[in-house]
Design a protein around this ligand. Structure first.
Ligand code: GDP
Ligand code: IMO
Ligand code: MG
Length: 424
């Protein structure tokens, strides 16, 4: 398919990086359309592990790698990532950054941390990378953009204007040290010098690639339920991970998108705070956390495991227009004689629903209705196609397809690039 969106169908960390890396082998361009270094996408190839925060996972295969206008860019993190890759022999040459993307500035990171601290028990559990404050400034039209790096005078002026206000907030509201203009300006002039060669008209670049029949992957970060508009607000990120945002985030029309692959774990995890109906009880959660190594890619935070939630996944199919699913980490479930799957929510008024509740209080109080299904304990390493899966695992995949009305085209059986099953 010429333009395919790869979207997280849950609360992030579904294994998008691995699926994108795999599909990148047969693609020409890989583009991130939203988010910033709050992402952590793991790719394992030939025993080597790569953790991408900013960069599209396609950079590993030398594919043209775009950071679209919908992204927020922390220059320091991006340069660190580029340097790290160069040290490992991966060229940064294919990177193209939209001039319209916004910059995460040091005060965004300071405000993210300080505002979480102020929220105390009510905190969102953000990655503290400055994501929310950077998108807030973008929406308030006071952000600094990647294209401002092209002109040292403009850059300095914008930093000066921003600091005049941000320092007041930092000192008076957040009891944080103010930032020094000279220091910030000098650091950013150096970042600018290094990043200028990568700035490009990425909307035009992608449009031309599509016109020439090239294959473009649009790599989502975070996941559907972390979507600012449609996720479990306020426990969400500050961008739109859902597939529709791929068009605006890159600067192509929605009619250019041909397929949407939803990536879902065979169970669910969530990191950070917020309601989570199918969350496992602590002992079981601990076991799945160990089996699946469910610790944050970048922050190392413990992820909260839960049983597969078909109500939430049905919502993801609807919101993203998912045309097929990649079900990752099925191997992690190869340890149970019985599994549970959340098929409905019971709402506070006693009714049951297969559709995701539209109102937060219904969702916050939703009780999961589980169906018990047979598990399996055989390892999946020897399987070559989906047909080779143990019968109970095939039935599990079949249940997902029947309930959601979407085919499962890929199944993950391990973390490495080749540990994926397709239909025979
Ligand atoms: P992303 O943010 O969606 O790219 O996902 P992360 O990289 O944050 O988390 C997914 C984790 O699961 C990573 O450690 C991957 O290496 C690992 N992973 C991905 N697919 C599979 C799979 O099918 N089986 C197993 N066991 N691990 C997987
Ligand atoms: P990838 O791309 C999982 C979560 C944070 C927090 C909320 C808001 O690796 O799937 P933010 O820093 O964005 O303001 O935090 O969103 N979060 C993620 N959870 N995977 C991610 O990215 C995430 N990015 C943000 O834990 O709950
Ligand atoms: Mg991740």
């Amino acid at each position: 398919m010429p333009a395919t969106v790869i979207v997280g169908a849950q609360w992030g960390d579904e294994g998008k990086g691995k699926i994108v890396d795999l599909l990148a082998q047969d693609s020409d361009l890989v583009c991130r359309y939203q988010g910033g270094p709050n992402a952590g996408h793991t790719v394992i190839v030939d025993g080597e592990t790569f953790k991408f925060r900013h960069l599209p996972s396609g950079i590993l295969s030398g594919k043209i790698s775009v950071l679209g206008a919908g992204c927020v860019v922390d220059p320091e993190v991006l340069l660190e990532e580029l340097d790290g890759l160069e040290e490992r022999g991966i060229s940064s040459e294919p990177l193209r950054i939209s001039g319209n993307a916004h910059l995460i500035m040091p005060w965004h990171i300071a405000i993210d941390g300080a505002s979480e601290k102020r929220l105390g028990k009510l905190q969102i559990g953000t990655t503290r990378r400055g994501i929310g404050p950077a998108y807030a400034d973008k929406a308030a039209r006071i952000g600094i953009r990647v294209q401002d790096l092209l002109d040292p005078k403009i850059l300095r002026q914008k930093i000066e204007t921003a600091l005049a206000e941000k320092n007041v907030w930092l000192e008076r509201v957040y009891e944080h040290e103010p930032f020094e203009l000279e220091e910030v300006a000098a650091r950013h002039e150096e970042f600018a010098r290094r990043l200028r060669p990568y700035v490009a008209d990425t909307s035009l670049l992608v449009d031309r690639a599509l016109a020439q029949g090239e294959r473009v992957l649009l790599e989502g970060a975070q996941g559907t339920l972390l979507d600012l508009d449609h996720g479990t607000y306020p426990f969400v990120t500050s961008s739109n991970p859902t597939a529709g945002a791929a068009a605006t985030g890159i600067g192509i029309g929605p009619t250019r998108i041909d397929a949407v692959i939803g990536v879902s774990k065979a169970y669910v995890t969530r990191v950070g705070a917020g309601p989570f109906p199918s969350e496992m009880e602590p002992a079981l959660a601990g076991r799945v956390r160990e089996l699946g190594q469910e610790y944050g890619t970048v922050t190392g935070r413990e992820r909260r495991p839960g049983w597969l939630d078909l109500v939430a996944l049905r919502y993801a199919v609807r919101l993203n227009g998912i045309t097929s699913l990649a079900l990752t980490k099925l191997d992690v479930l190869s340890a149970f004689h019985e599994l549970e799957v959340c098929v409905r929510y019971r709402l506070p008024d006693g009714t049951e629903t297969r559709d995701f509740p539209a109102h937060q209080s219904d969702f916050h109080h939703a009780e999961p209705v589980f169906e018990r299904v047979d598990g399996w304990t055989e390892p999946l390493d020897e399987c070559a196609t989906l047909d080779d899966l143990p019968a109970a695992a095939r039935a599990y995949v079949g249940l997902v397809e029947r309930e959601l009305g979407v085919p499962v085209e890929l199944v993950g059986t391990g973390a490495a690039r080749e540990q994926v099953l397709a239909r025979s």
